[in-house]
Design a protein around this ligand. Sequence first.
Ligand code: HEM
Ligand code: HEM
Length: 191
Amino acid sequence: MRPERTFRDTPAAYGRATRALHAVTAALVLWQFSIVALYKIFGESPGLNAVASFGPHGYVGLVIPAFALARILWALGNAGRRPALRPGVAGALAGAAHKTMYALMLIVPTLAVARVWAKGEGWTIGGVEIFAVTGTTVPFVVALADALHGPLSWVLLAIVGGHAAAALAHSLVWRDDLAGRMFGTPAASGR
Ligand code: HEM
Ligand code: HEM
């Protein structure tokens, strides 16, 4: 008999809420990198600017940590009932990758926001003042964010790539049901 799909996680599979949060975050993260990559490959153009305006970098970059926080809280709330990591090195690597992705989804945008604050030029979103214009810069914070925001983003992309490749390999090469814990119907074995 197939295990029921549930809202909350079970040891057999992630529930609907985790799956939805995972899918939305993945879409936002991939959007962010796709737009940056398109600008790097093709340069600025009115067409690309129009596409990018559907999800501006700074705004999408703020929504990602909000979803990451929601996921962390949801993961903590489901602790003890989620699918377990596989034993051995592969499971440990997967667990480390998950934690690092969560950390980078918080650190990367925090650096960017700190840079906006440290430049002292002010920041207003939709008429709401986030930072007032101070006219004072904090060079250390600006330099730190300049040095780390881009490189840490690329580290995040590399881990996401490895993570997605591992999920695909489980399905296509090893043909086990690991990906079924996040997508589709979990196997009856509940592994
Ligand atoms: C783009 C294609 C992606 C695929 C195919 C994919 C696939 C999967 C699969 C199969 C699992 C379950 C792993 C297990 O049960 O051990 C999983 C879990 C997870 N994925 Fe992804 N993923 C993708 C993108 C992302 C992205 C962009 C992020 C974050 C930046 C992410 C973060 C996570 C995390 C943190 C978990 C652990 C479960 C949780 O805490 O929600 N994934 N993913
Ligand atoms: C998880 C969220 C975010 C991701 C994944 C991300 C990713 C990136 C990437 C890949 C680059 C290009 C780096 C390069 O050229 O090598 C970049 C640049 C940039 N991002 Fe973000 N970003 C995020 C959030 C934000 C936020 C919230 C802001 C604004 C408050 C922001 C502002 C900038 C700026 C101004 C640049 C150009 C300067 C630089 O490279 O540091 N980003 N971002």
